[in-house]
Write a protein that binds this ligand. Sequence first.
Ligand SMILES: Cc1cc2nc3c(=O)[nH]c(=O)nc-3n(C[C@H](O)[C@H](O)[C@H](O)COP(=O)(O)OP(=O)(O)OC[C@H]3O[C@@H](n4cnc5c(N)ncnc54)[C@H](O)[C@@H]3O)c2cc1C
Length: 424
Amino acid sequence: MSMEPQTDERRTTPAACDVLIAGGGMVGAALACALGDSELRVVLVEPVATAPLLPGAPAQCRVSAIARASQRVFAAVGAWERMLELHDGQGRRESRVCAYRGMEVWDAGGPGRIHFDAAEVGEECLGWIIENDVIQAALLQRAGEFANIERVSGVAVSGIVEQADGVEVQLADGRAWRAALLVGADGANSQVRRWAGFDTAGWGYAQHAVVCPVRTALPHADTAWQRFLPSGPLAFLPLFDGRSSIVWSTTPEQAARLLRLDEAAFALELGEAFEYRLGQIEAVGERAAFPLRLQHSPQYVKPRIALIGDAAHVVHPLAGQGVNLGLLDAASLAEIVLQAHAGGRDVGGLQGLRHYERWRKGDNLLMLAAMDGFKRVFGSSLAPVRAARSAGLLLANAIEPLKRLLVRRALGLSGELPRLARAV
Ligand SMILES: Cc1cc2nc3c(=O)[nH]c(=O)nc-3n(C[C@H](O)[C@H](O)[C@H](O)COP(=O)(O)OP(=O)(O)OC[C@H]3O[C@@H](n4cnc5c(N)ncnc54)[C@H](O)[C@@H]3O)c2cc1C
């Protein structure tokens, strides 16, 4: 049992709900939508008040590569159409989604390269690049349309008191709920995880990712490009407006220096690091940097509490899998909670929550280990490792069934999928 000091005099008697979701990021908002239109009373608490995203808004610096399984979840909960077309209510419309059909990966330390083409592996596309704010705004807007979901915006969860038949959840403004199930969707630095007493295992990568939108002289060709440099991978992801969004993983010192450079000097260094594959860098948008780490909570659940998304696991972004794993957590947990409710069982009961943990932990750990392995193999400057990775890439490039297998994994179509992520 854990408790924060109760100093706020505005505290009120807690209202009752079935599920309280702490965190309305992409993953928490998706869970709320997946529980929409049910008999459950759901409360979604998000401290950052988000404004609706309108057509013409400048491209955001944070984007995600969205896999087929995640797109199915968005479509199933009724949020995909909104991402495909933002509108301002006055006839102005804009699609902010870019489907990518090719992926080109090559090694700065040798001849190794691999190319994926959607048509070659019998797929329509390999995924979609979408701004995080667009995904979050579409999901939050959709969540607000369900009568059984109450959205609480602009205030954080500030403490919890665990009891046998519920969790009392306190908000920073003095309000409180009593929830049969509390879901921590509050990101990598999850306070719910801390209050629940769950440990984390992992390590920092001594790498920061510099991100920003850029305009290149040559078209991006609906292709996601990634070059492995000794200091980390550099990706160019295609955007809806013809620009690309870069994710440049490098040492913290180098990242800080890259942020300080003026636009022309940054464009020059970036172009060189990318071997000018898309020609000169003609314009650079707002830059930001994020520290990278691997983190996993060995425990996702206890009676009445569950973690999803980055609160449970943080993965290196080199293959764009973090939010995709989190969305599958959300869809799986929703399925289990709805089943429990339909069967007259307690939605916060440990039996169902354990099922969720077993279901998702194996998949998440496998991806964490794979990304960690990739990061290490591609970060090594040892000659035998360089030779082996070049040979590995060239071999994988030549074997069609292996490529098909890799694409299915990247599309999130392997493993036991929750109902919302299956083909209709
Ligand atoms: C550079 C970079 C590139 C990436 N690219 C990709 C990619 O291409 N594809 C991909 O799948 N993944 C990618 N990821 C990973 C992805 O961004 C994360 O996995 C994803 O954002 C996690 O979403 P989340 O909703 O779990 O957590 P978050 O996005 O961290 O959201 C947590 C939410 O909780 C709220 N919150 C915090 N504290 C509280 C509180 N006390 N009470 C209530 N709410 C609270 C926050 O305001 C926030 O909205 C990338 C990551 C990085 C760093």
